[in-house]
Design a binder for this molecule. Structure first.
Ligand code: 5MM
Length: 339
């Protein structure tokens, strides 16, 4: 384990006014998103889409790291340049999703646990050789009647900690993502409570596995009411709940916090990040940025539609959304800019 390298990678990922793009949709997720906008669900179309993203001119001004899926890390542009090399040329660090998706939790089938620890050490070694310098593992936590169970929170935290430890042993910065889902009619208070429990347990497990916090990034959900909750809170309320929740459980030594968007619209996710910086900047002990997938990509995908003639407009949209998220990270975003 090279602590200097880990700290350096994590610091660069979190530096300046940049953030991360999650472009690590697994085959089922990517195909589902393609199907919705009428794009053929083939390996070649997935390559064309990821080519569009990584070759977006100037993307590295706003993006510090790109999380890839296994298929993507081996792919190249039409000119046979590996995507990993295109990213490096854009000053973007390549990363890799290493979890292998979720399964129903034995004994509590309405909840999920994440697969992927078997053989992970070998896979990490291979990904390092291919140029990945950070990784991501996503755990899913469901709010419902009697859910989450303490057993589910513990099982997910343990897997995240084992994964993080294996990454650091291979000089790869782990991003730990315990995602409390927005599905359901729960209130913001319930989301606060569950997010706090999940992150608290996670840091206990990370500590038990002797994970080096300056070489680790947390990717949490924002604290927000469920999609079907009748009371939806203001932007400032979401920002306050999120920051207060994180301050109560995230150690100050962590390299940074980079949010998932979780099904919020691009404008909502951006405005929430903006409000956190505008109202709480002086209280934040860690850099706070974005690691969005849908909130960065959805408008781009809808413009592209799988057609060559739409590539330029789709890239302009991606560059624009990344610029809005970067402005939010700097506390300089406003709805007027986002037209
Ligand atoms: C891009 O989606 C990622 C992979 O998910 P699947 O394994 O389900 O395909 C996902 O982990 C993503 O990185 C995060 O959830 C953040 O995405 P959003 O859309 O919530 O910003």
């Amino acid at each position: 384990m090279n602590l200097e390298e880990l700290k350096h990678t994590a610091t660069v990922l979190m530096a300046g006014e940049r953030g991360l793009i999650a472009m690590d949709e697994s085959l089922p997720t990517c195909n589902k998103r393609f199907e919705k906008v009428g794009i053929p669900q083939t390996e070649e179309y997935r390559r064309l889409y990821r080519q569009l993203i990584v070759t977006t001119p100037g993307l590295g001004e706003y993006i510090s790291g790109a999380i890839l899926f296994d298929e993507t890390i081996y792919q190249s542009t039409d000119d046979k340049v590996l995507f990993v090399d295109v990213l490096k040329h854009q000053n973007i660090i390549p990363g890799i999703k290493v979890d292998e998706g979720t399964i129903d939790m034995p004994g509590s089938p309405e909840e999920k646990i994440t697969n992927g620890l078997d053989g992970l050490d070998l896979r990490l070694n291979n990904y390092y050789g291919l140029g990945a310098r950070f990784a991501k593992w996503r755990a899913v936590i469901t709010i419902g009647k009697g859910l989450p169970t303490p057993a589910n929170i513990k099982a997910n935290a343990e897997s995240l900690a084992k994964y993080a430890r294996l990454c650091q042993d291979d000089d790869i910065v782990p991003i730990v993502e315990p995602e409390v889902l927005m599905d359901g009619d729960h209130t913001i208070e319930r989301c606060y409570e569950v997010t706090q429990q999940a992150i608290k347990e996670l840091f206990e497990q990370l500590n038990a596995h002797d994970v080096y916090l300056p070489g680790l990034i947390l990717k949490p959900n924002m604290v927000i009411a469920g999609k079907d909750c009748t009371i939806q809170n203001s932007t400032d309320e979401v920002a306050a709940a999120t920051v207060n929740c994180l301050l109560s459980v995230v150690p100050k030594e962590v390299a940074g916090v980079a949010f998932l968007s979780g099904g919020q619209s691009p404008q909502e996710a951006t405005a929430h990040l903006q409000a956190m910086h505008a109202k709480f900047e002086s209280k934040l002990p860690w850099p706070l940025t974005f690691s969005f997938s849908r909130a960065l990509q959805q408008p781009t995908l809808e413009l592209w539609k799988g057609k060559e003639e739409n590539v330029k407009a789709a890239q302009d949209m991606l560059y624009f959304r990344a610029s809005m998220d970067s402005a939010a990270r700097a506390g300089q975003y406003s709805v007027d800019l986002d037209q």
